[in-house]
Structure formats: C-alpha cells, structure tokens
Write a protein of this length. Structure first.
Length: 95
C-alpha cells in the first residue's frame, strides 16, 4: 500500500481510495438516509399532521436535504482529516 503503482499514475492505494470513500458516504446518505427519514415521517403520521398546517411539504424535504448536506460535509471533513493524518504518519512526518 505504500509503494506507488504505475497503473494508477504513480499513486499509492490510499490516495486513490479517498475519493471513493467520499462518494460512498454521499451515496449512502442519498440512497438510504434520506428515504428512510421520509418514510419514518410518514409511518409516524408526521406528514399527515403537517398537512393541516400552512407549511408546504417542500419545506420538509428542504429541511431534510439541509440536514443530509450538513452530515455529508461533516463526513467529508472527517475523511479528509483522517486521510491527511494517515498519509503524514505513513511518511514519517510528525503531526
């Protein structure tokens, strides 16, 4: 894992997998977290109760998208910070 691979343009495996980890985190949020939250709102009757208020349903979706965006940015930051720390420690650079 520490030796550059010619087939990967001279990169090691670790820097290649960081974008893959980021895209996986975003995909999991989009495909699992967002629909699960909206389905649980429907099962618990929250959407029915909200339909009696003047709040449009698009606000619920927008709020859930904002929450997922914040979670995505937090996970992105964690992956980048951990990867930078891992690369520095693997090269023998003190933090």
């Amino acid at each position: 894992m520490h030796q550059p691979q010619a087939s990967m343009g001279g990169l090691t495996l670790f820097p290649v997998y960081v974008p893959i980890l980021i895209s996986m985190a975003i995909a999991i949020l989009a495909l699992i977290s967002l629909p699960a939250a909206l389905v649980s709102y429907r099962d618990q009757g929250i959407l029915r109760r909200l339909s009696t208020t003047p709040v449009p349903p698009s606000w619920v979706l927008a709020g859930q998208l904002v929450i997922n965006f914040c979670i995505a940015m937090t996970s992105l930051l964690i992956v980048i910070v951990v990867s930078i720390a891992a690369v520095k420690t693997s090269r023998g650079i003190s933090l």
